[in-house]
Design a protein around this ligand. Sequence first.
Ligand SMILES: Nc1nc2c(ncn2[C@@H]2O[C@H](COP(=O)(O)OP(=O)(O)O)[C@@H](O)[C@H]2O)c(=O)[nH]1
Ligand SMILES: [Mg+2]
Length: 488
Amino acid sequence: MGAPPRPADPRGDTIVATATAPGRGALAVIRVSGPDAHSIARRCTIPWPTTARQVTRVRLHAPARPDTPLDEAMITWFAAPRSFTGEDLVEYTVHGGAFVPAAVLAALVAAGARPALPGEFTERAVRNGKLDLLRAEAIGDLIDARTAASHRLALRQLDGVLTRHLAALRDAVLGAEALIAYDLDFPSEDDGPLDPTRVLAAVDATLTALDTLLATLPQAALGRDGVMVVLAGAPNAGKSSLFNALVGESRALVSEVPGTTRDAIEVLLDDDPWPIRLVDTAGLRSSDDRVERLGIEVSHRRLAEAQVVLVCGEDDASLARGVVEVRAHSAAPLVRVRTKGDRATDTRPAAIDAREVSEPMASRPIGSQPIASPRASTAVDDVPITVSVVTGNGLAALRNALRATVRATTPDPAESAPVVTRARHVAALTTARAELQAFRGAWAEGALPVPVAATHLRAATLALDELLGAFDVEEVLDRVFRAFCIGK
Ligand SMILES: Nc1nc2c(ncn2[C@@H]2O[C@H](COP(=O)(O)OP(=O)(O)O)[C@@H](O)[C@H]2O)c(=O)[nH]1
Ligand SMILES: [Mg+2]
């Protein structure tokens, strides 16, 4: 989406946008913000409410045509700085649909407002100190959230968990800087020269905190893309039937990515603690058929990416073969599924306990980076879970087993610890980390003059400042808000 260039000083003018999604709907919200918001809105509104922050029923019209009503609407106005943007702000709730919001928007533009750029309302809120940059990003994430996990992460960030944590880290770096500055200014104060280990301890604690924070990035991807769970097994094992049964049973189908018959088919299912990206594959048996071979190659690739594998087979022998084949391509935890339970000729009990999960042979944490505190995988025994898509038996137990395996190998979503969610965060934290390490090396060896070593601390502070949006970094603001929707 080629966003138009942003005005050089976007603070000067008054902007307008529809904040709700276009299309047919009962209501739409239109916002006007800027120094002339009240006078512009007034030219389209009868009567003008006397009191701020009070919902009033009004009639709307184009500025030149007060006798031609556009809508019966509700209006609330706010006076700077007590508004979302920190500017004078007007919020209309008008009737929705194709015509009314567009007509009211046009009237407000005719009265002097400029159509807002994507994210411009939130950008103004940041510029006016109503919101820090991390919280502003969280609003964007909240709007974009498609899964319960993404929603949870966005709300946590909106609540300021990450902001407070970073502010504390920044304070720690400033503290170290102050220690050094004090030593520079008063080198022979009563306590004698500065104890270098004190500075090192402060810097080391900050480095550890930065590492912990950087290691949380995979959580954002998990919340967005889900845990990749791949169905594997010989052709005809019942994988596609099981895929359909699991999808059909799911409480929320989030998205669907259909492929061709020889490609993998995947679906994102919202689940607790993380969404599950369920992938059906073509089957594992080697084949001379060219098309089937292509499908098998795709299966192998998917297996290599899998975070959990459901190995499907009708009997012990095919399950055992399936496990061996899967292990050639994947070290992910396995859940063994005996399919077509309704046909089973043996007399084993059909009801299998939910805790029966096959042992992850080489469990590894999910995500491309190490996870801060992976928990031990669940204890398991050796009984596969028997399912039937015909009777539905075993599907609930399979879901529970899958959840248990996911829980055992992914970060704990209940932790209220701060989590980084964007490449921007990682870039800034990596810079801060590199500067702190450069400082640490120079300081420990006494290799650089103190004032030079101290510039690394300064640079680390600046990187954290940029992350918080604590000072005016045009480029950063521009990059962050370009991705927002209009009216936000
Ligand atoms: N009776 C019974 N038949 C099943 C069950 N699951 C799959 N099948 C049958 O087994 C055959 C192969 O199933 P399919 O899901 O296409 O296997 P895939 O090749 O592994 O994807 C089909 O004829 C299915 O109807 C089940 O639970 N019970
Ligand atoms: Mg199939």
